[in-house]
Design a protein around this ligand. Structure first.
Ligand code: ZN
Length: 640
């Protein structure tokens, strides 16, 4: 039986950039899916790499007095080294200066030129040198480059053009016919908006006299290839010639992961190039959001670029991997703060998961001589735990279709909580006191350990090192990869009779008194630390995550005069929110309305119902008015 294949790519990173938390984010997110698919039994190809041509590389090399090739040979190592430290399981690493890549780029150019898909024409436009891009008169922002706001020059030259414009209607139809093609949905609408204007042909050449550092056109050596046309082809050049690509079974890719800034290039340029050479576009292009630091864009001048290597040194790789995917819904923008990271480490990882493993292994030692016992059959008291596990496993599998990492982790943590509750409720320390209890104790200890094994498999893609340590402590001999998701189909995959190891803290807590020192060592700007005053800083305000949400359902809460139970779509998920507005609003009038939600409020129970957020409203003399907008702005948008 041939194995099912799965192909995921990160963008290739611009080699001149200093790797920061944003690069790490895309790569970790891709790595998690790759690892998960391997657990599901797929043959996975996971590609990352570096984009090494273009003006900026050439300029930087000139400044340093080295050749562009020497420059990129040195620089690309920073990415490779960081991926090794972050435990990234990529199958290959593509560099656009490699022969294997350049060959396919030239073959494709040759083929498209022969088919008259590429033609020569004279072109006059406004050129931005740093962006290496032409702009039309109407694109300009007050006479400057609309992307970087720098000065542009008027240039007239002969160039080569790819007939991209003729694929406009095909692309619009493709996007409309396949809701999974471009995600998240809000980004899909941006691309469709871009395609409402006439799509122009794409200039794919740059005169060598102006820019020598690129791939020469095979049919006219006086020109090099436009960097985007060159770079995008990396996703297939890794597999060889066009025939090799078709035979590889790895095209179309399952996911091309991109940052939101390069979505249009991928959705439009890349899809139409593929169409022209007779290949399908990727099955999915997923555009994720950007990280700010304490509410501000990362920039060298602000000295707030979060350097992943320092974070790994201080917190460990798995804490970083977990935090980035847990903190923010994939697809939306997120804000990085060291305090939030320490908060997640202490609560989710140390207190909840770490403590569960610790107490279980310690009790196993105390009550079962450190040997996994043979359980009696599952009884009514055990059902809530085993049913919870089955529900979590099924839900997690579903959530991977939309790459909803934060929801996957939230869901997995409901099993962490359920297992802690199971132990509290069954009370092994009491069972150990009587002979009858001792029999029951075996089942309770077995189930707790089996639940931890389930957690170990589910969390392996996020925290591979820590989960391997968890398995060792539980005395599990086979690797998580060998166990796979298949080992979770039935409760009871944990072998009885295995010897557990000495309990070891997976995630040591960071005590309050250590925090100041740690932040100082990390050179965290003062503005991340608390100031005491009733004025708040912009950073403190930005901690409140306000998002627009659309009300999908609304009904009165029984036995409550004031409460209405809402289902609100906040872009990436639907939240259940209770609002005390029943005396001012009829539920049916609320449906379809866009409101502002506090999205990172700790869930709370009112009248026995969980509320996962808060709706903003003003109240005067008992009349309540919901905050809203004077024009439709869609759901999931950050409000600031
Ligand atoms: Zn520019």
């Amino acid at each position: 039986m041939s194995q099912k294949k799965f192909y995921i790519t990160t963008p290739i990173y611009y080699v001149n950039d200093v790797p920061h938390i944003g690069h790490a984010y895309t790569t970790i997110a891709s790595d998690v899916v790759a690892r998960y698919k391997r657990l599901e039994g797929y043959e996975v190809f996971f590609l990352t790499g570096t984009d090494e041509h273009g003006q900026k590389v050439q300029q930087a090399a000139t400044v340093l007095g080295v050749s562009p090739q020497q420059h990129v040979d040195n620089l690309h190592q920073r990415f490779k080294e960081l991926w090794a430290r972050l435990n990234i399981s990529n199958s290959d690493f593509i560099r656009t200066t490699e022969e294997r890549h350049k060959k396919l780029v030239r073959d494709i150019l040759q083929e498209l030129h022969a088919k008259d898909e590429i033609y020569q024409a004279s072109y006059e436009g406004w050129y931005c040198t740093p962006c290496e891009r032409f702009w039309t008169e109407k694109d300009l922002a007050e006479g400057n480059c609309p992307e970087c706001q720098r000065k542009v020059e008027k240039i007239k030259e002969h160039n080569y053009f790819f007939r991209m414009g003729k694929y406009q209607q095909w692309l619009v139809d493709r996007i409309n016919n396949d809701p999974h093609f471009i995600l998240p949905a809000s980004r899909r609408n941006e691309v469709l908006g871009f395609l409402e204007k006439p799509l122009e042909d794409l200039c794919v050449s740059r005169p060598k006299s102006r820019l020598p550092w690129g791939i020469p056109l095979p049919f006219d050596e006086k020109y090099v290839t436009y960097v985007w046309f060159d770079a995008l082809i990396n996703y297939i050049s890794i597999h060889g010639s066009l025939d090799d690509v078709k035979a590889s079974g790895f095209w179309p890719a399952d996911h091309n992961m991109v940052g939101k800034d390069i979505l249009t290039t991928h959705a439009v340029y890349w899809s139409t190039i593929l169409k022209a050479i007779g290949l399908e576009p990727p099955k999915n292009i997923f555009a994720h959001g950007w990280w700010t630091v304490n509410g501000q864009k990362m920039s060298k001048s602000l000295q707030n670029v979060v350097e992943p290597n320092n974070l790994i040194d201080k917190f460990g790789v798995d804490v970083i991997r977990y935090f980035l995917l847990r903190e923010v819904p994939f697809g939306l923008d997120g804000d990085f703060s060291h305090k939030a990271l320490i908060g997640r480490l202490n609560s989710d990882l140390a207190n909840n998961l770490g403590n569960l493993l610790n107490r279980t292994v310690n009790m196993m030692k105390k009550y079962c001589d450190g040997v996994i016992p043979t359980p009696a059959s599952v009884g009514p008291e055990d059902l809530p735990l085993t049913e919870k596990a089955a529900e979590v496993i099924a839900e997690v599998r579903k959530l991977y279709n939309e790459l909803s990492y934060n929801k996957i982790l939230q869901k997995i943590w409901t099993l962490v909580d359920a297992t802690n509750q199971y132990i509290d409720k069954t009370g092994p320390w009491n069972l150990a006191k009587t002979n009858e209890g001792k029999e029951r104790l075996k089942t309770v200890m077995y189930n707790s350990a089996e639940s931890l094994r389930v957690l170990g498999v589910l969390l392996n893609p996020y925290m591979p090192d820590s989960m391997s340590s968890l398995m060792k402590q539980l005395g599990v001999q086979s690797s998580i990869e060998d166990q796979g998701m298949a080992s979770l189909e039935n409760w009871g995959g944990l072998k009885s009779g295995n010897q557990t190891q000495k309990a070891k803290q997976l995630f040591p807590r960071i005590e309050d008194k250590q925090v100041e020192k740690l932040l100082a060592e990390l050179d965290v700007p003062k503005n991340e630390k608390k100031e005491s005053s009733n004025q708040i800083t912009i950073d403190e305000f930005m901690k409140v995550e306000l998002r627009t949400g659309k009300i999908l359902e609304a009904e009165k809460v029984k036995k409550s005069k004031k409460l209405i139970q809402l289902k609100v779509d906040i872009g990436t998920e639907t939240r259940q929110v209770l609002a005390g507005i029943a005396e001012s609003y009829e539920p049916e009038n609320l449906i379809g309305r866009t409101v502002i939600i506090v999205a990172n409020l700790k869930p709370a129970k009112l009248m026995g119902i969980e509320s996962q957020g808060m709706v903003l409203a003003a109240s005067k003399d008992g009349i309540i008015s919901l905050a809203g907008f004077d024009q439709e702005c869609g759901q999931g948008i950050q409000v600031r």
